[in-house]
Design a protein around this ligand. Sequence first.
Ligand code: XMP
Length: 512
Amino acid sequence: PVLVVDFGAQYAQLIARRVREAKVYSEIVPHSMPVAEMLAKDPAAIILSGGPSSVYEPGAPQVDAKLFDAGVPVFGICYGFQAMAQALGGTVAHTGRREFGGTPLAARPEAGVLLRDLPAELPVWMSHGDCVTEAPAGFAVTAGSPGAPVAAFEDLAGRRAGVQFHPEVAHTAHGQAMLARFLYDIAGIEPTWTMGNIIDDQVAAIREKVGDKEVICGLSGGVDSAVAAALVHKAVGDQLTCVFVDHGLLRAGEAEQVEQDYVAATGIKLKVVDAADRFLAALDGVVDPEDKRKIIGREFIRVFEAAAREVAAAGDVEFLVQGTLYPDVVESGGGTGTANIKSHHNVGGLPDDLKFSLVEPLRTLFKDEVRQLGLSLGLPEAMVWRHPFPGPGLAIRIIGAVSADRLSVLRAADLIAREELTAAGLDRDVWQFPVVLLADVRSVGVQGDGRTYGHPVVLRPVSSEDAMTADWSRLPYDVIARISTRITNEVPEVNRVVLDVTSKPPGTIEWE
Ligand code: XMP
C-alpha cells in the first residue's frame, strides 16, 4: 500500500481517497506508528499529511529520519512537507507570513516532474503559519508563493517530493494530477487498484475465511449492508442467508426495493420478517425522541435475534456479515480487533450464545468506492445512490406519536419530495432530504371553497460532507414550489409546507 501518515489533520482521509482515485491502494496510519512497523507493511510510498502543529511547538510530531533512509518514496504535504524539510536538513522558519485559503502559486513546471505540463501560475489551497525557506540539499525548488518561498520541491534521485499546499482539496487546481505524478512518475507505482481487482481480491479472501460454513447478514435497506451482502454472495453463493427486518418505518417503496429489486439483481437468499405491527404497538403513544429510539433499537435486536436463531438452527452458521467501512475503522483506532466493539455496536449487541465471527468485506473501502462496487455488482441504482437514512426511520420524522395513519401521510409527502428532487436531477447535490410531519401541530388553510385544519410538513434538504456539520440546501425555488404544490394537492391531511433553513449546528439534520 501507499501509507498516509496522519499528523492529526482532517485531510488524511481525503488524501487516502485521492490516492485511491489514482487507482493506487492506500492506508492511513497514525504518526505515532514506529518507522519499523510502517516499513513492515512494505509500503510502495509514504505520504506525510498536513497537521495542526508547528514543527517548532514542543511535542510537535516529528518525522523519524529513519523513514528517509529506507529507500521508500516519500511525499510531504503541508506539515508533512515542513517536517520532511527539517528532517533532511532544510530550513523551516516562522516568518509571520501566514497563508490560509486560495493562494496563487508561481510554478516552474519544467524544473521538475511533479508540476510538469501544468500552468506556471495556478491557484492552490494553503493553510500554514511556518514555511520552508530553504530546501534540503539535493532538492529542486519547483514553486513558490507570496508567503512560502519554497512551496514545492523534489529530489528525483531520492524519489522524494513535497508541497506546502494541499493537492488533495478541490480548491487546488490540478491537485489530483500532482498526486498522480508523484505516484506514477516519481514513486513508479502502477495503477492497479481497480474495481475488478477489488472484487477478485475480496471474493478470494471471503472464500478463504468462510470455507464451507454458513453466513448470515442483516439488510437495512441501505447501501453498505446491501453491497457487503452482494459481495459475500458472489463469493459463497447460497451459503449466505440475508435477514431483512421490515419495521414498517421505511419510506415508500424501500421494503419492496430490498425484497424484489435487490433479490432479483443478486439472487440472494432472503428471509423477510414483517414486524411492522410489533413496532407500531411498541411505539403506541410514545412522543419522546429518545424513548422512540430506545424502543426501536430494543425491538430490532429481539426480532433480528429470533430470525438469526432460526437461520442458525437450520445450518452451520458461523459468520455474520457487517458493512463496516474504512472511515469507521480509522476512527476507531485503525488496528485489527478494534472493529469488533464497533460492529457489535452496529448489530445492537447480540446475546453471547449467538456468537458469530465477523466478515467485513468493506473494511478497507471508502463510501464512494462502496457505491462503485455496488454498481459493478449490478445492484439497483436507486439503492446504490440512496441517501443516508436513520435506523429508526420515519418514526423520528413524525413529531408526536407514531401511528399507521401518520406514517402513510408522511410516506406520501416524502415520496413527492423525492420524486421532484430526482426529476430536477438534484439527487447528488443534496446529502439528505428529510421530510418531517408535525403531527401534533395544526394550522388553518383554505382549499377550494372550504376551510381546512391540517398538518404542516417540513422540508429539510441539507448539504454535508459527513453529517457532522451541514447546511440547508439552496434548492431552486421552482423545485420547492412544485413539491409544495404537489404535497398540498395530493396529500389531503397536509395544508402547509415549510422549509427548514437551519444549519447544523445549531440544528441537527433530523428533527428528533
Ligand atoms: P443528526 O440528526 O444527528 O443526524 O444531525 C446525523 C446523521 O445521522 C443520521 N441519524 C441516524 N442514523 N440511526 C442511524 O442509523 C439513528 O438513530 C440516527 N439518527 C440520525 C441522520 O439521518 C444523519 O444522516
